[in-house]
Design a protein around this ligand. Structure first.
Ligand code: UN1
Length: 512
């Protein structure tokens, strides 16, 4: 890969040493720590970044404020046209960007390419949306009055993204924010900064070509201090943060203290209920992909299987067989199913979770192991593991970002739903059943309490067209499709009087 990666970086216009702050195509001087991005695939350095300092951060924000004054004046469909061009540019660089994402983050090449596809798709979605930022009209209670609502842009949107979807999450936010008339400042994960630099290089050309103020598209790669600054900054009306619940609680507190708006998309602890009426031929691939895909590092990864007692042994047996066929190794090699974890810290968390489930009484079905030897030199490759567990184990109620799957037995559908809901997180959920009563119950108000509830498909791999996010400790925010755009705008209610009288609302008389 090291040879290839050089030509990929060159085509993406990423240097060996990069600055960690940009305003469009203007890269700012930064004096922060020098960060090397290591690939979990082979442990090699991809490129370096000099992190943003407070001064560079302030410059990005100041430029964004200026840019907003111009950008909001551009009609929304014209903003959509620029996002359309961005989608085309992403099509042009899909192969390179997808490969870089795969190499820097460790997901399979197919998933890296799939992630860039999600970026292209959200651009297309946003283009259509740019002509559909609809508000309602209301009937006024007063004669010769008209009431309607308008959606106006907010200003600067601060986007904090995680390592596991290092490029798509930015685009879900930015493409919508831009057509809505907002400007964006992106703080990507320090664990995948080179993919972010590549995105900035792609986007900056589009803005430049169209003569758009560069401040529309800002980037700050910095440490937790910069993150705190962004969350606390009253010049940034909306913070959209994706990542761990621990991070989200901190961001939510800081943004909440200044009564700013936030979209939080945090941890998941996603379960699949496998009913006595399930079609096991689709259960097994759905469960295995959900649990081991992206090495269990999606917020939608399947962590718990809640299995009907009548199917339990059969499902367990089939899982063991399927896991036996998994090929773990270089994610850029399309023969492999499972790549590495993001770094050795993640490996330690995987090991700690395995120790914990055993200590709590969990029974090993497939034990975990950190792989060593040829091809595993980075120290980030682990074996996907399965444990039989009780629903209320502390570790089972926690999200571990690794391929660890817990099997839990149930006897009634009500019990299964109760188990599914009895965790602090509420992102994604699934039921595998051919019984309509069960699936409707699962989807009803008395069913899954998650933001995403699926029937006969797994918990991961949501499409961009729906609103993405979840409840409880997942943070409550929604990104991407449906009417998630409304969170990027402010609603204004307008009442217009076209009569010669001044009637007051509620029939109040006020005579002078
Ligand atoms: C995430 O893990 O942060 O549903 C997002 C999915 C992807 C998005 C995951 N489309 O798995």
């Amino acid at each position: 890969m090291s040879q290839d990666i050089q030509s990929i970086l060159k085509r993406l216009k990423v240097d060996a040493d990069n600055k960690g702050a940009a305003v469009g195509n203007k890269w700012l001087n930064t004096s922060g720590e020098k960060l090397a991005s290591y690939s979990p695939v082979d442990g090699k350095v991809i490129a370096n970044v000099t992190l943003a300092d407070g001064k560079a951060y302030d410059e990005v924000i100041a430029e964004a404020q200026e840019a907003f004054k111009e950008w909001r004046q551009l009609p929304a469909p014209q903003r959509g046209e620029i996002v359309r061009q961005l989608g085309n540019e992403l099509r042009e660089y899909k192969q390179e960007l997808g490969s870089l994402v795969s190499y820097e983050m460790g997901k399979s090449l197919q998933e890296g390419l799939g992630e860039v596809q999600e970026m292209i798709d959200i651009c297309d979605f946003a283009v259509g949306l740019s002509r559909q930022l609809y508000g309602l009209t209301m009937h006024s209670e007063r004669p010769s009055h008209r009431m309607y609502e308008q959606w106006h842009p907010l200003g600067i949107v601060g986007i904090i993204s995680a390592f596991n979807f290092p490029v798509a999450v930015w685009s879900w936010n930015a493409a919508l924010a831009w057509v809505c008339g907002d400007v964006c400042v992106w703080k990507p994960s320090e664990k995948a900064p080179i993919s972010a630099i590549a995105c900035q290089k792609i986007a900056e050309r589009v803005f430049e070509k169209n003569g758009i103020h560069p401040g529309v598209c800002g980037l700050v790669i910095g440490d937790a201090e910069i993150g705190k600054k962004l969350a606390a900054d009253t010049r940034v009306p909306l913070i959209s943060a994706t990542g761990s619940t621990r991070m989200g609680k901190k961001v939510g507190e800081v943004v909440g203290a200044r009564l700013g708006k936030h979209i939080l998309e945090l941890g998941g602890n996603n379960a699949m209920i496998i009913s006595e009426h399930a079609d096991l031929n689709i259960v097994v691939p759905g469960a295995v992909f959900g649990a081991v895909g992206t090495a269990g590092q999606r917020c939608t990864s399947t962590r718990r299987l809640i299995i009907h007692e009548s199917q339990y042994e059969e499902v367990k047996e089939r899982l063991v067989k399927a896991y036996g066929q998994l090929r773990i190794g270089d994610p850029l090699d399309e023969n492999n199913h499972v790549g590495p974890l993001i770094d050795t810290d993640a490996v330690k968390m995987y090991q700690a979770a395995i120790e914990k489930v055993k200590a709590e009484g969990g029974k090993t079905v497939i034990d975990g192991e950190v792989l060593t030897g040829a091809g595993y030199e980075s120290g980030c490759y682990v074996k996907p593991a399965i444990f039989e567990a009780k629903a209320d184990y502390e570790i089972v109620c926690n999200e571990t970002f690794a391929p660890i799957l817990y099997l839990i037995k149930y006897s009634t559908i009500e019990e299964a739903i109760e188990i599914q809901n009895a965790v602090p997180q509420g992102l994604s959920s699934a039921i595998m059943t051919t019984n309509i009563r069960e699936s409707e119950l699962f989807l009803s108000h008395a069913g899954s309490d998650c933001g995403i509830a699926n029937v006969n498909i797994g918990t991961s791999g949501a499409e961009i067209g729906g609103a993405f996010g979840g409840e409880k400790e997942t943070g409550g925010g929604r990104e991407s499709g449906s009417d998630a755009w409304k969170a990027y705008m402010r609603r204004q209610t307008n009442t217009i009087n076209y009569s010669t009288e001044l009637p007051l609302a509620q029939g109040i008389k006020f005579e002078l």
